[in-house]
Design a binder for this molecule. Sequence first.
Ligand code: ADP
Length: 169
Amino acid sequence: MSSSRRLALFPGSFDPFTNGHLDLARRAAVLFDRVIVAVAHNPAKTSLFTPEERVELIRRAVRPLGNVSAMHFAGLMVDCARDVGAHVIVRGLRAVSDFEFEFQMALMNRRLSPGLEIAFLMPSQEYTYLNSTLIKEVAKHGGRIDGLVPVEVRKALLAKFGRRARRGA
Ligand code: ADP
């Protein structure tokens, strides 16, 4: 394997980064020399956090891992992978329900970039039900989210949603 083959790109919305995402980044960090968590900037999609905020929150969460960094990108993930020199894209499979969409995307990405491999990793069972939308919904209504997101993300959610969210924290 050449050195660039040991660089993996982990793309997604990460609005915000959860402990499920962190679990995956941790697994990827063991398998690859370097991992870049890449925040997709899609102006057509409304997001709670700006791409810059998401990148900053990811950087703080992955700092202890040592070989994981974060960036944001616009456009196709295959172009981002090519630009950074990654030959592997890491995505997560939580349940069978993830499969169809991920399968379609993987085949499209392979068509767009034949040299690219897509590696699917499964998170620890305790995170299989976690997703960013659910976290935002719970945080917005003051539910407890500790243990489900990195500490900095929890603080950022409290700051976004204010006093209402603080009740359950
Ligand atoms: P996208 O909009 O690209 O699906 P997400 O931020 O929802 O972005 O997810 C990014 C990647 O992380 C996807 O591959 C997704 O399957 C994976 N993922 C999301 N939530 C979890 C979780 N709880 N555990 C493991 N992987 C997850």
